[in-house]
Design a binder for this molecule. Structure first.
Ligand code: FES
Ligand code: FE2
Length: 329
């Protein structure tokens, strides 16, 4: 997993006021709740005293603290213990009674946590700026028993379309892949991948990325590190996925169908629902194959024989490796 990143880990509606939510993300147990200002608090879900889960405790002081269910230690939003009941209110709490507190943000209908070093200032949240407020969406969630790298790379794979999706988005047996052409974003935190797939007439050789013609730029997908992807179906319609690492073997998908073609309330809900249903069908075509891939996790250097059509995957692997190295020195 790439450190020093903002990760969308829950949807806003999954943390209602007055409730503790315990989850595993990025192989760590975390507890979430809202304080009285409706801000999201996220702490490591393990009491420093004797390891009980805070998420089965209770919210106290009007949302200012969480109380461990075992012996009643309370923690504030910074993760510091405010009271050890057995020692009495008059005893000071030692500094070392502290759990990790994750910086949080809430935007785009997601709850985000900063997974990495404590900084004085954090970078902006990663998102697709072209998804503006006029878009509405419907979300579908699902866990795949795969490492996040396999889940992400599947959505960067333009070669599989006529095989895995032969009767849906890959209809037409367009097996020959021109390019793909990868364009890195200015901030180097993401990229676009253009592809143009055609039927093989037995004579055509695929264009290399350098030869990729301008007028082939009709279909592209976008990726933003560490874990956001979108398929640009049209200016006003997108399929979006946040790939949330649960642990080394499981990835949670927050898939959204976004559109701004229809904005009339009920009709909009119906269109979003239909969009979501068809995206689920495509997703399950992928899942059938991806869960069989070995090894479980990908690396920049590994025993796979890649081809030109895999360029977006190679690009992703390189950049991911660089980011991991940058932050784990
Ligand atoms: S384990 Fe939490 S208070 Fe003892
Ligand atoms: Fe697919």
């Amino acid at each position: 997993m790439i450190p020093n990143q903002w990760y969308a880990v829950l949807e806003s509606k999954e943390v209602p006021r007055g409730k503790l939510i315990g989850i595993t993300r990025l192989s760590e147990k975390m507890v979430f709740w809202r304080n009285k200002k409706n801000e999201i608090i996220c702490l490591k879900d393990k009491c420093v005293h004797r390891g009980a889960a805070l998420s089965i405790g209770k919210i106290c002081q009007d949302g200012e603290t969480v109380e461990c269910p075992f012996h009643g230690l309370q923690y504030d939003s910074s993760g510091r213990t405010t009271i050890i009941p057995a020692n009495g209110k008059s005893s000071p709490v030692p500094e070392r009674f502290k759990v990790h507190s994750y910086p949080t943000e809430e935007d785009h209908g997601f709850i985000w946590i900063w997974w990495g070093d404590t900084l004085s200032e954090y970078p902006p949240l990663p998102f697709f700026e072209d998804i503006d407020k006029k878009f509405s969406y419907s979300t579908y969630t699902e866990v795949w028993p795969v490492h996040y790298s396999r889940a992400i790379e599947n959505q960067l794979d333009v070669v599989h379309l006529p095989f895995v999706h032969y009767n849906t988005i890959g209809r037409g047996h367009r097996t020959l892949v021109h390019g793909p052409l990868v364009e890195e974003m200015e901030d180097k935190r993401g990229f676009l991948a253009w592809t143009y797939n055609v039927k093989d007439d037995g004579k055509t050789k695929p264009f290399t990325p350098q030869e990729f013609p301008e007028d082939f730029k009709v279909f592209h997908l976008t990726f933003r590190f560490p874990h956001l992807w979108q398929l640009n179906l049209a200016t006003k319609a997108r399929i979006f996925i946040a790939f949330v690492p649960v642990d080394e073997n499981n990835t949670l998908f927050y898939m959204r169908f976004y559109q701004k073609l229809v904005r009339i309330p009920l009709l909009k809900t119906l269109v979003n629902w239909i969009g979501k249903k068809s995206s689920i069908k495509i997703l399950h075509q992928d899942r059938r194959v991806v869960i069989t891939q070995q090894p479980i996790k990908t690396e920049l250097q590994m025993e796979e024989k890649l081809i030109q059509g895999d360029i977006p995957i190679v690009f992703y692997r390189k950049r991911r490796q660089e980011l991991i190295e940058l932050y784990t020195k």
